[in-house]
Design a protein around this ligand. Structure first.
Ligand code: NI
Length: 184
């Protein structure tokens, strides 16, 4: 089932999300719905707050990059209760977008390597270092679980440049091809 995507201005996007337990109701269905919703919107990641739930669940699809990056072939994963434990010193800057911020793309500086802990969809625990697009995408999605969005990383000047677009979102004026839920 495709869910509406919550747009900038929705309070749930600014809440710290909570860890869940394996008995969380209909978790498998929620993860399926999040994959469907992400696919329909042609995103490569989606966090539960973006569908209105302040819980620590994320889906990521890097298979869409696998023509250029064969190591991501078949990479479609759910992350439950993910936490970033530490980050490497090296950083790089790459353009990011977000399904909750349609029409905004900006370069974001982030660490290139991160140490993460999470459970997969089968509740197997993982503890690993990741890098490259995987690390960037995880940081973007896991930020959502802290109530953060990628625009929070921008300089004052860049924030000023996108202010008009953000104000339009607050007024319920969004243009995108998928179902959304704005504050107005
Ligand atoms: Ni996002």
């Amino acid at each position: 089932m495709i869910l509406p995507i919550y747009i900038y201005g929705q309070p749930v996007l600014r809440k710290a999300a909570e860890d869940i337990t394996p008995d969380y109701p209909n978790l498998k269905e929620l993860i399926d719905n999040m994959f469907d919703t992400m696919d329909r919107a042609e995103g490569c990641g989606l966090a539960a707050p973006q569908v209105g739930l302040a819980i620590r669940v994320v889906v990521i699809d890097l298979d869409v990059l696998s023509d250029d990056y064969p190591q991501y072939k078949g990479y479609r994963r759910a992350f439950i209760n993910p936490h970033i434990i530490e980050v490497g010193e090296e950083t790089d800057s790459k353009d990011e977008g977000c399904l909750s911020l349609p029409g905004i793309n900006e370069a974001v500086k982030r660490p290139t390597r991160i140490h993460v802990k999470y459970f997969d969809a089968d509740w197997q625990e993982h503890d690993e270092w990741v890098d490259g697009f995987e690390a960037r995408c995880m940081q973007h999605e896991f930020d959502h679980l802290e109530g953060k969005m990628f625009i929070d990383h921008l300089s004052g000047l860049r924030k000023q440049m996108i202010k008009g677009k953000l104000n339009n979102m607050l007024k319920g004026q969004v243009r995108c091809s998928y179902k959304t839920k704005t504050v107005k």
